[in-house]
Design a protein around this ligand. Structure first.
Ligand SMILES: NC(=O)c1ccc[n+]([C@@H]2O[C@H](COP(=O)([O-])OP(=O)(O)OC[C@H]3O[C@@H](n4cnc5c(N)ncnc54)[C@H](O)[C@@H]3O)[C@@H](O)[C@H]2O)c1
Length: 267
């Protein structure tokens, strides 16, 4: 039997797709929203603060692409379901959801106050379940879809003192990615994530102020922090039709930071 011919389709890769990117106002979410829109998707920028969210939408439109803003707090379960249903009703379909918004911060293991821990578990972990539960009926109706999650190397691979809660939340989403991928594979819905290392975003400001971007970059084999677009382009592949056979996976985007047994080789 002759082999199937290999076809490579030149972009744009996401024409006609409807995407939601949470935490799309800044950093990795903003870059991902802009890259998906540049590839032809209509992108709903779903974020908590209106100003940065509108800036992302303005950038999408200034580039001649299509997007809209939806202000949402991902800690609000009812709001997440209402948002997803309203997007699917308005556009008649839903193809791509990127769960990217996250609560970050220090929660030492000796801490008794649960406030930050609860916020991290709500937004980072439960938000992932809510978005998926809300989106999958619409994706099934459309014959498939892409659930994409911003995880982290922090938790699944490495950690830092004070990062127990954040690490637990990112380890949890990696478990979710595998289980959800198994459950949804038969519907043509893939579930994948990206594990960023140090990416130069507003969310990294505290780290940069404390240690300095150059010093952090020195210990990354690439030699500098990553750009939000580095993560966005990994998501683009996972969002594409060409990634139909990739599911339950995470791609590490960290400039090689996870490779060395110890950072001393750089000193
Ligand atoms: N920057 C890094 O080095 C890095 C590394 C690993 C993982 N990550 C992950 O990447 C994702 C994005 O991080 P970033 O550095 O771009 O962050 P950022 O702080 O630069 O941007 C986060 C965006 O999410 C929005 N947001 C925060 N809480 C929200 C909520 N409850 N509901 C809706 N929107 C909310 C913010 O308004 C902002 O627009 C997060 O999941 C984070 O854990 C980042």
């Amino acid at each position: 039997m002759p082999e199937k011919p290999i076809t490579h389709r030149a972009g744009p890769r996401l024409t006609g797709k409807i995407a939601i990117v949470t935490g799309g106002g800044k950093g990795i979410g903003s870059a991902t929203a802009q890259v998906l829109a540049a590839e032809g998707a209509h992108v709903v920028v779903a974020t908590r603060t209106e100003g940065p969210g509108q800036e992302t939408v303005d950038a999408i439109k200034a580039a001649g692409n299509s997007g809209e803003l939806l202000v949402i707090d991902m800690a609000d379960k009812d709001a997440v379901f209402a948002m997803v249903d309203s997007v699917a009703a308005k556009h008649g379909r839903l193809d791509i959801v990127v769960h990217n918004a996250a609560v970050m911060g220090r929660h030492p293991v000796t801490e008794r106050d649960d406030t930050l821990l609860d916020a991290m578990l709500a937004v980072n972990v439960k938000g992932c379940f809510w978005l998926s539960a809300a989106a999958t009926p619409h994706m099934k109706a459309g014959g498939g879809g892409r659930l994409l999650i911003t995880s982290s190397v922090t938790g699944p691979r490495v950690t830092m003192p004070g990062s127990g809660a954040y690490s637990a939340s990112k380890g949890a989403v990696n478990g979710f990615i595998k289980a959800a991928a198994l459950e949804l594979a038969e519907f043509g819905i893939t579930v994948n994530g990206v594990e960023p290392g140090y990416i130069d975003t507003p969310g990294l400001t505290r780290m940069k102020t404390r240690y300095g971007a150059d010093r952090i970059g020195h210990f990354i084999p690439y030699g500098a922090l990553g750009d939000p677009a580095d993560v966005a382009h990994a998501f683009l592949f996972l969002a594409s039709d060409e990634a139909k056979f990739v599911t339950g996976q995470t791609i590490i985007v960290d400039g090689g930071a996870m490779l060395a047994e110890s950072p001393v080789w750089k000193e």
